[in-house]
Design a protein around this ligand. Sequence first.
Ligand SMILES: Nc1ncnc2c1ncn2[C@@H]1O[C@H](COP(=O)(O)OP(=O)(O)OP(=O)(O)O)[C@@H](O)[C@H]1O
Ligand SMILES: [Mg+2]
Length: 282
Amino acid sequence: MTAPAPTETVPDTEPEPILQVTGLTRRFGGLTAVDHVDLTVRPDTVRAVIGPNGAGKTTLLDLVTGFTKPDEGSVTFLGHDVLRMPPHRLPGVGLMRSFQSARLVPRLSVRENVMLGAHHLTRSRFLADGLRLPRARREQRALEERADAVLEFLDLRRFADTAGSDLPTGVQRLLEVGRALAGAPRLLLLDEPAAGLDGTETRELAAVLRAVARSGTAIVLIEHDVEMVMSISDDVLVLDAGAVVADGPPAVVRTDPAVLAAYLGQPDIDGAGTHPDERENR
Ligand SMILES: Nc1ncnc2c1ncn2[C@@H]1O[C@H](COP(=O)(O)OP(=O)(O)OP(=O)(O)O)[C@@H](O)[C@H]1O
Ligand SMILES: [Mg+2]
């Protein structure tokens, strides 16, 4: 066996985070919805943000994606100062999000819905489309191929020509992810993608999200299904009343007394107040 060439050695330093959130704060009147939150996301990882209802999860995501302006703090994504960019430019630098309620266009086919996610990658716009210029036609074909590749990856190719309105909820959720993936993001932020899914659909979605992270798109996952979060996340940030109460790998976070305390009285949180060993066996 020969020694590896110097270029093949694995660096012993952590890769640079792709997203760095520092001291992010948002107040609504007297309420501090997000309270000096720090959050880093490493490339190719699943990063969960959990917390009870009203903890500030969606507001945090709104801040990171420019939908809401913070009172304090900074957001840096791949060297870009996100807070100085209009939200519609974020997909162009590789930052995409989904919304808490799915927003598929019902009258468009599944393929067309996925293509919508990639429009910022094309150069021709409405005028060229209307005139059917060669570039527009070429780009249209490239978009279709891209959408089909995404559908293949998600194992949804059979639905390509189905209308967005005619899909089971589980498929709609996967499609939301697919539409974002078509835009080739480096980071995808998902707000409760498993809401309304049954156990099988949730497991399918979890497997897809793991595969997405391995294929080069890091994920920030806001989710109420704690079992799902713990099974696929590399690191978990726990918010309560806007503030970070814990941040670390799932095995550490799930036994943290501050986390259990934050979840007490929350009926939809898996295992709150139960011994961790009992939860393992469910
Ligand atoms: N536009 C707004 N104006 C006033 N208060 C707001 C606004 N948006 C959110 N809030 C408040 O900020 C707090 C955090 O809300 P947020 O929606 O971020 O919580 P969440 O963690 O996403 O909750 P859920 O789990 O229910 O989705 C809540 O108390 C909410 O009522
Ligand atoms: Mg929310």
